[in-house]
Design a protein around this ligand. Structure first.
Ligand SMILES: Nc1ncnc2c1ncn2[C@@H]1O[C@H](COP(=O)(O)OP(=O)(O)OP(=O)(O)O)[C@@H](O)[C@H]1O
Length: 292
């Protein structure tokens, strides 16, 4: 699935500018962005619910059309479940919308009810479901017509672990998964690759492991009694944050973390010293935290 240089403006304001994202078979790919960065718009365009002003979305190399439409499953945000419809009717309706004959649609709905442990609530209305059940109904609805590409808007809620498992299994069966999320921790845990979206533009893209490995080593030192500013001015060490005896440092160049540890011990009693690759949050917090 390829999003190729899509742009979108609303009332003269650019919401997306030449965004390109690719999700290959076997991959879970994330669009990670802060509030109003354009994630939902990008996904709605991918799902064919909104037209881009420029650029196109291709599935299996073919621009989106009637045929490719059935190859894609869309998981909307949690509010995207109609209240007055029963779980079974909702699933059958979605299957039929994706060109399944009524009998096949019923069979497919039954398979999803069983797969997601929803048989007992088959006749319940969406408004009477628990949050966890609603999450599972939305996932079942995205999968009911057996799509190859799954497009999921903020899928990592309360039951992120189980949801991620379903998405991973879909990828392992040869599908491609695109998720939009504002949750850096979830993106780091559950995505193979991410595109960082800021003001509708991609500001970084890559495999999660590679982005992290390329970032400067991050060190957290806990020294309850050390004098504030003990780490200021050490060559090759940048102080990211310092509060209440906890200092977060970034090692630039080839600074050896063991040298830093010795300097810390010289400055006071070290209660904890953790050194490692930066998280996605460490790397992109300034971009992701700044709202739009
Ligand atoms: N139909 C629309 N008409 C006008 N403006 C819109 C429309 N849809 C989205 N926008 C604007 O586009 C911007 C991006 O919105 P979008 O929902 O795509 O971002 P998002 O990253 O999903 O944000 P959030 O995480 O807050 O849902 C916002 O400023 C929003 O107000």
């Amino acid at each position: 699935m390829e999003i190729d240089r899509i742009s979108k403006r609303y009332a003269g304001t650019a919401v997306l500018t030449e965004l390109s994202v690719r999700a290959d078979a076997g991959q879970v790919v994330g669009i990670l962005g802060g509030a109003r960065s354009g994630k939902t718009t990008a996904l709605r365009i991918t799902a064919g619910l909104v037209d881009p002003d420029a650029g196109e979305v291709r599935i299996g190399g073919v621009p989106r059309n009637e045929r490719t439409r059935t190859m894609l499953g869309y998981l909307p945000q949690r509010r995207g479940l109609p209240d007055g419809v029963t779980v079974l009717d909702h699933l059958v309706h979605l299957a039929e919308l994706h060109a399944m004959a009524t009998n096949d649609a019923h069979r497919a709905a039954e398979v999803q009810l069983a797969a997601f442990g929803l048989r007992e609530v088959r006749s319940a209305h969406a408004r009477d479901l628990t949050d966890g059940e609603r999450e599972r109904v939305l996932l079942a609805g995205a999968l009911v017509h057996a799509p190859t590409v799954l497009v999921c808007d903020e899928p990592f809620g309360e039951h992120a672990e189980q949801t991620a498992q379903v998405l991973r299994e879909h990828a392992e069966r040869g599908g491609a998964v695109l998720v939009a999320t504002g949750d850096t921790t979830a993106a780091q845990r559950f995505c193979d690759r991410v595109t960082i979206l800021h003001n509708g533009q991609s500001v970084a893209e890559g495999a999660v492991a590679e982005l992290r490995a390329a970032g400067a080593t991050q060190v957290v030192v806990e020294m309850p009694d050390a004098r504030p500013g003990w780490a200021e001015g050490i060559p090759g060490v940048e102080v990211v944050a310092a509060e209440q005896g906890r200092t977060v440092l970034r090692l630039t160049g080839n600074t050896d973390d063991q040298v830093l540890l010795r300097m810390a011990m010289a400055a006071g009693r070290v209660r904890a010293f953790r050194s490692g690759e930066p998280t996605l949050a460490d790397l992109f917090a300034p971009v992701l935290g700044s709202g739009s």
